[in-house]
Write a protein that binds this ligand. Structure first.
Ligand code: COI
Length: 351
């Protein structure tokens, strides 16, 4: 049990159907501090409030920070989290890449259960809604020299959410980005770190101006290999097979991606993780083999792609409609989360 500091006033619960994603936060958060020589210490659950940092805070200047995203769901009277330990282990992989001291997964797992138990009334009970869990760690040295910090803060905050995309489970328009670059081999691409999202903002803005929801990144060297979207991994159904870029260090090792690939194999489908070029995709589109395109992610769940734009080419996928595979996978994953599907994989973690 971690220390619990009670709040004086509880907030009013919100109607999740009207708030979209990531705008409201619960009454409490988890907090823990790291100091060199002392390790992680002072784990506690405290009232959700603004946090104070020095204007010289190392993260504000140099971005040594990482985060995770997972979700809790209501199953009748129970609350469950999807693949908790996989997410916490991935946080430690990001920590390794950013030279941040790893967390004790078991300690944080228990603390998260304690936090969710306290906040269980915030977990929405409608399908498509959840309590989004955002753990994050940032360097806290008040120091302007560029170096690995000696002090860190770790928080977990909770936000009741509906669908990530405002239009819900509906096809999105994605632009293949051929000007800007998100990540290159040997860089930070695999880590869930703010720098990767900062690198995506300008391109995202330009895509919006052109009527697209998000961009699909190409590799930074050849500008031809497909990467990821930034808020989600990308998968294709080509000639009956599920094909997705291999994990090469430049894209996130998505937990929903992992889920989709494992389940697709169980459904008897052929699955390929390999380099995919944009030219191959265009060719497959032109000869009718590109059957479906969809993204996967914690926030995005399964997000069908209806339009894929590349240079002056606009490719309409599956007539701009949700593909049958994306629909079946969406139903299956959301069914696991709501408890309608039997959890035969041990993905569901009861709080
Ligand atoms: C998630 O899917 O949890 C993410 O962290 C993506 C973020 C852009 C919302």
């Amino acid at each position: 049990m971690v220390k619990f500091v009670e709040t004086k006033t509880l907030k009013e619960k919100v109607d999740v159907s009207t708030i979209g994603f990531g705008t409201h936060f619960t009454d409490y958060m988890f907090e823990m501090t790291y100091d060199e020589g002392q390790g992680w210490h002072d784990a506690q659950i405290v009232p959700y409030e603004e946090i104070k940092v020095s204007p010289a805070n190392a993260t504000l200047h140099y971005g040594q920070a990482i985060f995770e995203g997972m979700k809790a769901f209501r199953q009748g009277k129970d609350v469950v989290i999807f693949r908790t330990k996989d997410h916490l282990n991935r946080l430690n992989n990001s920590a390794r890449i950013l030279d941040i001291p790893p967390i004790d997964v078991d300690l944080v797992y228990d603390a998260l259960h304690q936090l969710i138990t306290i906040e269980k009334d915030w977990v929405p009970n409608k399908k498509g809604q959840s309590l989004y869990i955002r753990p994050f760690i940032f360097a806290d040295d008040p120091f302007l020299g560029v170096s690995v910090s000696k002090r860190y803060k770790f928080y977990i905050i909770l936000s009741p959410v509906a669908a990530y995309y405002a239009h819900g489970f509906a096809p999105v328009k994605i632009m293949v980005e051929d000007t800007y670059v998100r990540a290159t081999k040997g860089g930070l691409g695999e880590a869930k770190t703010p720098a990767n999202y900062a690198a995506s903002l300008h391109a995202g803005l330009e895509a919006h101006k052109n009527g697209y929801d998000q961009v699909l990144w190409l590799d930074g060297v050849h500008r031809k290999y497909i990467g990821e979207v930034g808020s989600m991994n990308i998968l294709f159904k080509i000639d009956g097979k599920i094909v997705t870029p291999a994990l090469d260090g430049t894209i996130l090792n998505g937990i929903t991606r992992r889920t989709v690939l494992a389940v697709a194999k169980e459904w008897g489908m052929e699955v390929e993780e390999r380099p995919i070029t944009i030219d191959e995709l265009v060719e497959d589109y032109e000869n009718g083999k590109l059957e479906e395109v969809f993204g996967s992610g914690t926030a995005a769940v399964i997000s069908p792609v209806g339009v894929l734009g590349y240079k002056d080419k606009v490719m309409t996928i599956n007539d701009g409609k949700i593909g049958p595979f994306a629909q079946k996978m969406f139903n299956y994953i959301t069914g696991l989360q709501s408890g309608e599907e039997k959890d035969i994989h041990g993905f569901i973690d009861k709080v």
